[in-house]
Design a binder for this molecule. Structure first.
Ligand SMILES: Nc1ncnc2c1ncn2[C@@H]1O[C@H](COP(=O)(O)OP(=O)(O)OP(=O)(O)O)[C@@H](O)[C@H]1O
Ligand SMILES: [Mg+2]
Length: 259
């Protein structure tokens, strides 16, 4: 892990919805190669922060830097090509497409998307499609979804849909992946697989992850550091053990039972 390089810097970021500051003067850094956890009470601004980083919303104030480049307000599709990918708290699968087709939808710049090319180079398109299909099968296998390759995504369980969301981030070369409660609603066995998949992507492919989760056991297994948000900004940052012991965190989020 390249512990000391910041892949992402968030400086004084704020987002208002009417009178409400969903994110309020928030400052934090994500280290390259880390799996950083984000926790905090419902409504503390975690998803809004992701929306601001990933270009789904524009901030009212503050800056976001990716590898020292200012990406504040850059739209999601441009960030996608820089390798910043995210999953959504509510899965965004195409219900009427199969698992494989959902995965194959992801890579951009396919030659077959341009009509002229369809007319003149069907051979190239065929081999491109074949390549993408093979990649999709590889991803499905990695996530233990291969047996469901031809199943409509709408028929998957909640947990399997989350795996498919993660799979979509594996179809391109990601640098930074933002996971919004990817473990929520996923059963224990699947959560273990999901965790292992994330750890492997981190180690073997060098993905940096930033993950919002509520499950402290999962966070403890996966994340270092853990950032605690409260009322739109950072309340505390530390290892999961430090987080669990911190009085402010216990009072605002964990409660005494989790100590
Ligand atoms: N599009 C929006 N319009 C108005 N208010 C919003 C919008 N999105 C979020 N909010 C408000 O901003 C605050 C932060 O919401 P956000 O979804 O970021 O919280 P969260 O930490 O992700 O919560 P949870 O753990 O429940 O997912 C909440 O009060 C929420 O109601
Ligand atoms: Mg949320």
């Amino acid at each position: 892990m390249q512990q000391n390089i910041n892949i992402l810097q968030v400086n004084g970021l704020s987002k208002y919805f009417g009178g409400l500051a969903a994110v309020s003067n928030c400052t934090l850094n994500i280290k390259k190669g880390s799996i950083t956890g984000i926790i905090g009470p419902n409504g503390s601004g975690k998803t809004t922060l992701f929306n601001l980083i990933a270009g789904n919303l524009k901030p009212n104030q503050g800056k976001v830097l990716f590898n020292n480049d200012d990406i504040t307000g850059v739209p999601a599709y441009e960030l996608f090509s820089k390798g910043i990918l995210r999953t959504f708290q509510i899965a965004h699968e195409f219900t009427n497409l199969t698992v494989l087709e959902n995965l194959m939808m992801v890579p951009g710049n396919q030659t077959g998307e341009k009509l002229m090319n369809v007319l003149i180079s069907s051979k190239i398109i065929k081999s491109e499609e074949e390549e993408i299909k093979n990649k999709a099968l590889e991803v499905a296998e990695f996530l233990k979804l291969k047996h469901l390759s031809n199943e409509l995504a709408g028929n998957l369980s909640g947990g399997q849909k989350k795996l498919l969301e993660l799979g979509r981030t594996m179809m391109v070369d990601a640098n930074l992946v933002l996971l919004d409660e990817v473990g929520a609603g996923v059963n224990r066995a699947l959560l273990k697989d999901l965790g292992t998949a994330i750890l492997r992507l981190n180690k073997e492919r060098g993905y940096t992850f930033c993950m919002i989760e509520h499950d402290m056991d999962f966070i403890s297994r996966m994340c270092d550091p853990v950032i605690v948000m409260s009322e739109g900004s950072v309340l505390f940052e530390g290892t999961s053990d430090e987080v669990k012991k911190n009085e402010k965190v216990i009072d605002s989020y964990l409660g005494r039972g989790n100590k």
